[in-house]
Design a protein around this ligand. Structure first.
Ligand SMILES: Cc1cc2nc3c(=O)[nH]c(=O)nc-3n(C[C@H](O)[C@H](O)[C@H](O)COP(=O)(O)O)c2cc1C
Length: 357
């Protein structure tokens, strides 16, 4: 099962962009588990790309193991989005561009961006059209939510506009902006979108184990799946999803047993890659703290060990604490679904600019 984005053929397994997580280091780690998955990096500001911002440039770095270099761009100015796409394409900085139409963060939506952009359908069409035009042969996709809130549903218009303006696929995170990550994703909206547009639809929301991906494909008829929080502290999930799709939804005979040693070795590798990426050990170790919580959730290690791990600022100290786990047979086979990542709460409202209220 493969998906065509214009001239590019990709796997139906996509790593959903996650700001502060899906940097080159994390994507390299994911590629080691699932070499064919499409791994999208966290969102980059189109202005930053056009004006050569240092941080944006770094966010456009890729490792040689990433077969398809995939970048997500955000912005509300169609001209700037077009210029950013032209630069990415002209300088061969990436092979795929995704447009962020789903971010619910106030600093983005207040300016009419992220999940607020689909409210202005004229601007939305301009942004997609200019990005597609600037990108040339590089395929452009969009990633959106169901809407801003239950009163302002935008996904159908967004999908139709994306198709009309030359986008090659739509990823739908089946929640509204105001829901953030709370509640359950409404997969029926993925099925609805799939029935209304002719470009590929990637379903997104609540894939925490391989079987969820198989169920989503079956229930919605979507063309592929995008995996977010389920891969936090579990980058191997991408490979398990690829396996179950290859096996046509039948669980492979040997289920992966997640032992503490296996997790620890993955953590070692992740930290090593982060140190290379940040070129600063202390910064990398601090950045790794959130991952420690995700990796070790579900393991009964005691709060003292966790505190010790979280306070560490050196790789060697972290390694020696983790080495104490050596040979321990703790397994999280009974770990409840979604045990690693908390869902978070819905927000009261999405902050919008005056003209969109
Ligand atoms: C920490 C974090 C950062 C995220 N950053 C982005 C982002 O930069 N761009 C984006 O389109 N979505 C972002 N998302 C949303 C995810 O890509 C995904 O749509 C969402 O988590 C729902 O999928 P899931 O239920 O599999 O987690 C982020 C999510 C999380 C948890």
């Amino acid at each position: 099962m493969q998906v065509k984005l214009g001239g590019l053929t990709i796997s139906p397994v996509v790593m959903s962009p996650m700001a502060g997580v899906t940097n080159t280091a994390y994507r390299t780690l994911c590629a080691e588990f699932a070499p064919n998955a499409l791994l999208t990096g966290d969102m980059v500001n189109a202005y930053g790309i056009v004006y050569g911002n240092k941080k944006s440039k770094k966010m456009l770095s890729f490792s040689p193991t990433e077969k398809i270099r995939s970048v997500q761009v955000f912005g509300t100015d169609a001209k700037i989005m077009g210029e950013a796409a032209k630069l990415i394409s002209g300088e061969s900085l990436a092979d795929h561009i995704d447009i962020n139409l789903g971010c619910p963060a106030p600093k983005i939506t207040r300016k009419g961006g992220g999940c607020a952009l689909p409210l202005d359908t004229v601007k939305l069409a301009d942004v997609i059209r200019e990005t597609v035009r600037g990108a040339g042969n590089v395929p452009v996709t969009v990633k959106c939510r169901i809407g801003v809130d239950s009163q302002r549903i935008t996904f159908i218009n967004t999908g139709k506009i994306a198709e009309a303006e030359g986008a090659q696929a739509v990823t739908l995170h089946a929640r509204t902006g105001v829901q953030y990550y709370s509640g359950e994703a409404d997969w029926s909206k993925i099925a609805e979108l799939k029935s209304l547009i002719n470009i590929p639809v990637f379903g997104n929301g609540d894939i925490f184990e391989a079987q969820d991906a198989a169920n989503m494909l079956l229930e919605t008829g979507c063309d592929g799946v995008a995996i977010g929080r389920g891969a936090l502290g579990a980058p191997w999930l991408l490979s398990d999803v690829a396996d179950i799709i290859d096996a046509h939804g039948v669980l492979p005979q040997k289920n992966r047993v997640i032992t503490l040693n296996f997790v620890r070795n993955t953590m070692f590798r992740h930290l090593e890659l982060l140190i290379d990426y940040f070129e600063n050990e202390e910064h990398a170790v601090k950045d790794f703290r959130k991952h420690i919580n995700w990796y070790l959730r579900g393991f009964n290690l005691g709060s003292a060990t966790r505190d010790e791990l979280i306070r560490t600022t050196r790789k060697s100290a972290l390694n020696s604490i983790l080495m104490r786990f050596d040979g321990k047979t703790v397994q999280d086979v009974n770990m409840p679904k979604n045990a690693r990542v908390r869902k978070g709460l819905a927000k009261g409202k999405i902050h919008l600019p005056e003209h969109l209220l």
